[in-house]
Design a protein around this ligand. Structure first.
Ligand code: SAM
Ligand code: F3S
Length: 447
C-alpha cells in the first residue's frame, strides 16, 4: 500500500502553492499519496506563514498533537516548513526534539533528499538556507487541476516594510526566467488551464531574464502569456504600488485577458504612517497610480490590504485611512490589526495603541469596506458577465459555479459541458459571498 503524506498549511497563496509543490515532489520521489487524515500518514508536514498570527504557537501546538502519533507509530516522519521554520531553524528541535525535518520556503525542493537522509537514519535534517536559483530549477513540471492555476514567477521581497517579516523569512527578490515561466503556462494551457495567476510576494517587481540575456518585466510577461493559445484570463498578486510601471499600466489597457481587477496594498491613508512603515510612497502617489490604472482600464475593480493600529496610529491617521477608502472605493479588501513581528524594525516601536481601540478601528474599517464591496455586487445585478466555470456549485450539485473577472463566485443552472469553459451569464441576484446568474450563452471573448 502506498505510503501517505499529510500537509497542514497555514497562510497565504504562496504557502498553499509551496505545499502543493512539496506534495508533488514527494509523490514523484517517494510515491507518497496525500491524505486528509493525519492518523494514517507516514510523513506529517506543517507549512506555516508568520506574517501575522502567533504562528510559532500554532506550529508547536500542532507538533504536540503529532508527537502522540509518533509515539504510537515510531516510523512516522515529522517536518516543519515555511516561514516559521525559516525564522526558528534548528531551534525548533530544541523545543520539539521529535521533529525530523526543518526546511525553509527556499529549500522545499530538497525535501525528498532530506527525507532519504532521515530514513537512512542519518538523523534529523535542517536546511533553511536561501539557494534562490535552485528552487525554480528543481520544482516538478506544473500539473493542472481544473481550469485555474497558480504560477509562481518570483520569490521573496526586497522592500523591507518596517512591519513585515517576509524579506527575512523568504529572502530577497529573485525572479524566474522569462521563457521558463512561459513554458510552464503553455504546458498548463495544453492540460486545459484557461486562467493563470502569477504569484509573488511582490509580483510586479518581476524582472525575469530572457534567454538572450535581456530582462523582461511583469507587463511583458503578461503580454506574452496572453498570446498563448487557450489562456483566456490572467491575474497577478500581490503587487506593490512602487512597482506599478508604465509597461504594467499599458498591459492593463491593451491585454483583454488581463482581468479588470487589481489587488494593490496601500496599508494606510496617512502619509506619516506610510513613512514609518517605509512604504516609500505618499498617499498622493498611490492616488496617481490608481488614476492612471483606471484611465487605462475604466472598469477596474481595486482591492487592497490595510493595517490598523500601527505603533503610534492616531485618530487623525485612522481618519485619513477612512477618507482614502471613501475616495477610491475599494472592492473586497483585507484589513488586519497590526501584529508585532520579532526582528522587524517596527517591533522596536512601542505597540502603544490599545487593543480595544485597534479592534474598534478594524470593525469600522471593515464595515466601510464591506459596504463598498456589497454596492459593487449589487450594481452587477442585471449585467452580463464572462465567467470561467470551475465545477459544480458547492451547495447544489445540479448547478454550476464559476468566477467573474472581479473574482466573485456565480452559481447558475447550466449544462455540465460548460465546466472548464468561459461562458456569459446574466447576474440575477447578489448575496454576501456569491452571485446568482442565468446562463446567457458562450463567452464573447473566447480564448
Ligand atoms: N507585497 C505586498 C505589499 O505590497 O504590501 C504585501 C505582502 S504581505 C505578506 C500581505 C499583507 O499582510 C500586507 O499587505 C499587510 O497588510 C499584511 N501584514 C504584513 N505584516 C503585517 C504585520 N506585522 N501586521 C499586520 N499585518 C501585516
Ligand atoms: Fe512585506 Fe512590504 Fe514586501 S509588506 S512582502 S516587505 S512589500
Amino acid at each position: 500500500m502506498a505510503r501517505k503524506l499529510y500537509i497542514k498549511t497555514f497562510g497565504c497563496q504562496m504557502n498553499e502553492y509551496d505545499s502543493a509543490k512539496t506534495a508533488e515532489l514527494l509523490a514523484d520521489s517517494h510515491g507518497l499519496e496525500t491524505t486528509d487524515n493525519p492518523e494514517e500518514a507516514d510523513v506529517l508536514l506543517v507549512n506555516t506563514c508568520s506574517v501575522r498570527e502567533k504562528a510559532q504557537e500554532k506550529v508547536f501546538s500542532q507538533l504536540g498533537r503529532w508527537r502522540e502519533l509518533k509515539e504510537r507509530k515510531p516510523g512516522v516522519v515529522i517536518g516543519v516548513g515555511g516561514c516559521v521554520a525559516s525564522q526558528e531553524g534548528a531551534a525548533i528541535r530544541g523545543r520539539a526534539p521529535y521533529v525530523d525535518l526543518v526546511y525553509g520556503p527556499q529549500t522545499l525542493q530538497r525535501v525528498p533528499q532530506m527525507l532519504n537522509e532521515v530514513e537512512a537514519t542519518s538523523g534529523p535534517q535542517v536546511d533553511v538556507s536561501f539557494p534562490e536559483v535552485e528552487k525554480f530549477d528543481r520544482l516538478p513540471p506544473a500539473r493542472a487541476e481544473g481550469p485555474c492555476a497558480f504560477v509562481s514567477v518570483m520569490e521573496g521581497c526586497s522592500k523591507y516594510c518596517t512591519f513585515c517579516v517576509v524579506p527575512y523569512t523568504r529572502g530577497e527578490e529573485f525572479s524566474r526566467g522569462f521563457e521558463d515561466v512561459l513554458l510552464e503556462v503553455a504546458g498548463l494551457a495544453e492540460q486545459g488551464v484557461r486562467e493563470v495567476t502569477f504569484l509573488g510576494q511582490n509580483v510586479n517587481a518581476y524582472r525575469g531574464r530572457r534567454d538572450d540575456g535581456s530582462e523582461a518585466d511583469l507587463g511583458q510577461l503578461i503580454t506574452y502569456a496572453a498570446a498563448i493559445e487557450g489562456i483566456g484570463r490572467i491575474r497577478y498578486t500581490t503587487s506593490h504600488p512602487l512597482e506599478v510601471n508604465a509597461s504594467l499600466i499599458e498591459a492593463h489597457a491593451r491585454v483583454p485577458q488581463l482581468v479588470g481587477h487589481l489587488h494593490l496594498p496601500v496599508q494606510t491613508g496617512s502619509d506619516r504612517l506610510l513613512g514609518l512603515m517605509k512604504r516609500n510612497h505618499s498617499v498622493a502617489h498611490y492616488r496617481a497610480i490608481v488614476g492612471a490604472l483606471r484611465k487605462a482600464r475604466p472598469d477596474l475593480f481595486l482591492s487592497s490590504d490595510f493595517i490598523v493600529g500601527f505603533p503610534g496610529e492616531t485618530q487623525a491617521d485612522f481618519a485619513a485611512t477612512l477618507a482614502l477608502v471613501r475616495e477610491l472605493n475599494f472592492d473586497h479588501s483585507f484589513s488586519f490589526i497590526y501584529s508585532q513581528r520579532p526582528g522587524t524594525p517596527a517591533s522596536e516601536l512601542a505597540d502603544n495603541v490599545l487593543m480595544a481601540v485597534k479592534k474598534a478601528r478594524l470593525a469600522q474599517l471593515q464595515a466601510l469596506l464591506a459596504a463598498q464591496a456589497k454596492a459593487f455586487s449589487e450594481a452587477m445585478v442585471g449585467t452580463r458577465q464572462r465567467i470561467l466555470v470551475h465545477g459544480r456549485a458547492r451547495r447544489d450539485a445540479d448547478e454550476l459555479a464559476g468566477r467573474t473577472e472581479n473574482n466573485r463566485v456565480v452559481n447558475f443552472p447550466g449544462p455540465s459541458t460548460c465546466i472548464g469553459q468561459f461562458v456569459d451569464v446574466t447576474i440575477t441576484a447578489a448575496f454576501a459571498n456569491s452571485l446568482r446568474g442565468r446562463f446567457a450563452g458562450p463567452s464573447r471573448l473566447e480564448a
